[in-house]
Write a protein that binds this ligand. Structure first.
Ligand code: ADP
Length: 504
């Protein structure tokens, strides 16, 4: 009995030992291990339950393991992606840095190019101002001397030849003026004036002027203004006249028979930007040679003329329409042409002008209507060019004025200290002291009457020069070659001013 008990106990201990070993093996991570089942008693059932739990643990572990593996794989993928992304960002950053560098270089290049263009433009303007001066001074001599000889010559053939010299000289001046004008406009240095004027007067006077040539060719030249065209407008009268002179002048030039008709009306779609603006349409119709269809656009480009022989037959520079186009655009309008070769052309252009309600003319323009008789003036002439001096003295003395002439600004000041004059005609470019400096000093009271009228007499004829001279204190401006009418009007104004200030 005791022996049996010992056997049973030993057996139980052995099985519990086996159970313990199995659990230990499993707890060490060996989930495949199973505890052998010898009997289905309590210990056997314990072992069975334990084996079942181990089975579940094994499958959970396998799932967990699988998930861990997947997570690792995902992490690995993520790491690779991150590395790729970083590589790409690095490459992109390098690209951007290169693009930035390229952009910086391009900006720098453009800035340099702009500086060069500005410098070139300045050089061009300076060159034009100088060229204008250099050409105008000898032209002043040629035209002035021709004028003087004409005064004393009666022999008809010589007078005809002198007349031709004069005509050619003026034609040359017109060309120079056109080139200078266009350069100024293209350099953006032209500013439009804003003064009141009557559109009818501008059209009428331009037609009047060109009427002489038209009549000489047997052409009928007429104009018509729509009643709706405002009586008074505000804008640049001189520039509008310039456009009309170019286009009507062309119409007369390129028409051998028939007529030229100018008409002014309100632009059809004349939607003016404001109630204070008038949108006008000008049309100039001729019965002349016409323009081929493929040239209708290009004639508005610089130096463009239709046909090789046009220049020889009709003269001109091919700049008139280019200048007109630029001016029209500056006035907020456009220009175009319709034409049929052999039948004639119609040029159209629109402009926007301000509306004026006053009925009186601007002060100043009245003076031009004064009687030409001018009481003698004492004039101080500062002019270093000998020929220009001889000519100026001759035309001033011929008008009954007394003239004292000097060759530099410094001499001018010296003479003014001792003598009284009614007018100083001041050349601008002179040795020792130029006319601008001399004017500043006179106005500062360094020589005689600081109020004495000073008028620039100069070959600087670009737009804008006049304003420069007025800024230093000059009262007016006469460009060389001297235009007789302009001189007469100027002398009238000076005499009027003197006589009103000192009626005695
Ligand atoms: P220019 O008259 O000094 O040559 P423009 O610029 O005024 O220069 O005109 C350019 C060209 O356009 C002229 O040379 C001429 O060939 C053509 N043209 C201009 N107006 C007319 C017109 N009314 N009839 C025929 N051709 C014209």
């Amino acid at each position: 009995m005791l022996a049996l008990s010992r056997f049973v106990i030993k057996n139980v201990i052995t099985r519990i030992e086996a159970l313990y070993q199995g659990m230990k093996t499993i707890s060490e991570g060996n989930f495949g291990h199973r505890i052998p089942i010898r009997r289905r008693d309590e210990i056997g059932r314990l072992a069975i339950s334990f084996n079942e739990m181990t089975s579940r643990l094994q499958s959970s572990y396998a799932t967990l393991h699988e998930e861990v593996l997947q997570r690792r794989q995902a992490e690995e993928n993520l790491r690779i992606l991150n590395t790729e992304l970083e590589d790409r960002v690095r490459a992109r950053t390098q690209d951007l840095a290169a693009a930035n560098q390229q952009l910086r270089m391009e900006i720098e290049e453009r800035r340099l190019a702009e500086t060069r263009v500005e410098a070139a433009n300045r050089a061009k303007s300076d060159f034009l101002a100088n060229m204008s001066h250099e050409i105008r001074t000898p032209m002043n001599g040629i035209l002035g001397m021709t004028e003087l000889i004409l005064l004393t010559t009666t022999e008809p053939k010589t007078r005809t030849h002198l007349g031709m010299i004069k005509q050619s000289g003026h034609a040359l001046l017109d060309i120079i003026n056109d080139i200078l004008d266009l350069s100024k406009i293209e350099a953006g240095k032209t500013e439009l004036e804003n003064q009141m004027f009557r559109p009818r007067d501008v059209v009428a006077s331009t037609v009047d002027l060109l009427g002489v040539t038209a009549r000489g060719k047997g052409l009928r030249l007429a104009f018509r203004l729509d009643d709706r065209v405002p009586k008074h407008t505000i804008g640049d009268e001189g520039r509008l006249r310039q456009i009309l002179t170019n286009i009507i002048g062309n119409a007369v030039k390129f028409t051998e028979q028939g007529s030229v008709e100018v008409s002014v009306t309100l632009a059809e779609n004349g939607s003016s930007p404001s109630p204070d603006t008038a949108h006008l349409l000008f049309s100039i119709r001729d019965t002349g040679i016409g323009i081929p269809g493929d040239k209708l656009e290009s004639i508005f480009e610089s130096f463009s003329q239709v046909g090789e022989s046009a220049h020889v037959k009709y003269g001109g520079t091919g700049l008139g329409l280019t200048i007109s186009k630029q001016l029209v655009e500056m006035m907020g309008g456009r220009i175009w042409v319709e034409s049929e070769p052999g039948a004639g052309s119609t040029f159209f252009f629109t402009v926007q002008l301000g509306l004026a309600h006053e009925q009186t003319k601007a002060p100043g323009t009245v003076l031009t209507a004064l009687a030409p008789s001018v009481s003698p003036l004492r004039i101080l002439l500062a002019e270093d060019d000998k020929i220009s001096r001889i000519y100026a003295i001759a035309i001033l003395e011929q008008r009954g004025h007394s003239v004292t002439a000097v060759g530099t600004g410094r001499k001018d000041l010296e003479v003014l200290k001792d003598e009284h004059f009614d007018l100083v005609l001041m050349d601008v470019r002179m040795p020792e002291m130029n006319g601008e400096e001399a004017t500043r000093r006179i106005r500062a009271g360094e020589a005689g009457d600081p109020q004495v009228p000073i008028v620039a007499l100069t070959a600087y004829a670009l737009k804008g020069d006049r304003e420069r001279f007025l800024d230093v204190g000059m009262d007016d401006y006469l460009s060389k070659p001297i235009n007789n009418d302009e001189l007469d009007h100027l002398l009238e104004r000076v005499a009027l001013r003197r006589d009103t200030a000192d009626p005695a």
